[in-house]
Write a protein that binds this ligand. Structure first.
Ligand SMILES: O=c1[nH]cnc2c1ncn2[C@@H]1O[C@H](CO)[C@@H](O)[C@H]1O
Length: 362
């Protein structure tokens, strides 16, 4: 899904709330780091590597998650690489006109010490999940200085690794005043929490310590996963949530509660979450109902996309207007996990650049 040429669909400041740091790594960086570390990749050139990593056709979430296996071992366990991907992330977002982003990742999946089992068949090293958070913070801070885009982290628990989740919430608490704004649950949502109490306990601790919460739910899985995210894990935002529409009672209740849905249109097709016909996309219903949602890239490396691709798709196939783009970005700012004062400043910045004197109705 290459970016279409021409003028950006919405050439104004934007907010992005759902993007995986490890799904937003430049292919060039992967190839460079592999060379420096003497890691052999399955292919040689940057073009071949891109071809291997990107999804060309709609597939399944499981096939999509398999794409990370091609390159995570290159970045994991390497200080310079972890810092570099964070710094370059800020640069990319600044170029896309994003003034504030919440980037998510699993600190465990980038570590090579203090994580059981060690991911990606790595040799043991000296980078713990805590070190990973610190390195990403350094990259984001240097990036913010250079490119003026603010980025904060959301730390992911992984559905298939419930024994990591307590660590994740503890890291959220430790870094709450230093770059980390929330906890997430990512990975294969067919594994529910009833059978994985580790996540439930971590999210209970998040509630107790006032750590913000978002959960991947209803992306490819049924509405019951969304229900569980809201009722059991006390999610304040839903990652994706397309399949919420299959339970109209739940959908109406969440509309009433003004629940925020982090929508990723390009992603939703390629992961098999939604019908490939964009003109039938659930987002059209969310828009009609004036729901609270944002537009996001999710994993731009693997979808070969930019934030503009997502804006272009909804403009072209779902009749999104400039007014709707403004409305959804204001909703994103209102639903972001920054402290209230910083959130107000962000909103002011949007109102001003959108030329909105009358702020009612949004
Ligand atoms: O769309 C998605 N749905 C569920 N899990 C995802 C998605 N994109 C990425 N990840 C998973 O989240 C981890 C941390 O960033 C990634 O390594 C990947 O396994």
């Amino acid at each position: 899904m290459a970016e279409e040429k021409g003028k950006p669909a919405f050439d104004k400041p934007k907010i992005e709330l759902h993007v995986h740091l490890d799904g937003a790594i430049q292919i060039k960086t992967i190839v460079d780091v592999a060379k420096r570390r003497g890691i052999t990749l399955p292919v040689i050139s940057e073009d071949e590597m891109r071809d291997l990593v990107i999804m060309h056709e709609p597939a399944t979430l499981t096939e999509f998650l398999g794409k990370f296996d091609h390159y995570m071992h290159v970045i994991a366990g390497d200080r310079e690489a972890i810092k570099r991907i964070a710094y370059e992330f800020v640069e990319t977002k600044a170029k896309e006109g994003v003034i504030y982003a919440e980037a998510r990742y699993s600190p465990h999946l980038l570590a090579n010490k203090g994580v059981d089992p060690l991911p990606w068949d790595q040799k043991p090293g000296d980078i713990t999940p805590d070190d990973v958070v610190d390195l990403v913070n350094q990259g984001f801070k240097e990036g913010e200085k250079a490119f003026k885009t603010k980025v904060r982290s959301i730390l992911c628990c992984m559905r298939h690794m419930p024994n990591w989740s307590m660590d994740v919430v503890e890291l959220c608490k430790k870094y709450r005043k230093d770059g980390v704004v929330a906890i997430d649950l990512a990975g294969d949502e067919s594994l529910n929490c009833e059978s994985y109490p580790g996540h439930k306990r971590a999210f209970e601790e998040a509630v107790r310590s006032e750590v913000h919460r978002t959960v991947h739910a209803g992306e490819v899985g049924p509405a019951s996963v969304v229900k569980e995210a809201v009722e059991v894990l006390k999610a304040e935002r839903i990652g994706h949530g397309y399949h919420t529409l299959e339970d109209q009672t739940l959908y109406k209740r969440l509309l009433q509660q003004n629940m925020h849905f982090e929508m990723c249109p390009v992603s939703s097709i390629l992961t098999g979450g939604c019908d490939p016909d964009f003109t039938k996309h659930p987002l059209i219903t969310f828009k009609k109902d004036k729901a609270n949602y944002s537009l996001n890239t999710d994993d731009p490396t693997i979808f070969n996309s930019t934030l503009n691709s997502d804006y272009q798709v909804v403009q072209k196939y779902m009749d999104f207007t400039e007014e709707e783009f403004k409305r959804l970005n204001i909703n994103a700012a209102k639903s972001c996990f920054l402290p209230e004062k910083e959130k107000d400043q962000l909103l002011e910045q949007l109102y001003e650049s959108y030329g909105m004197v009358n702020r009612t109705g949004f």
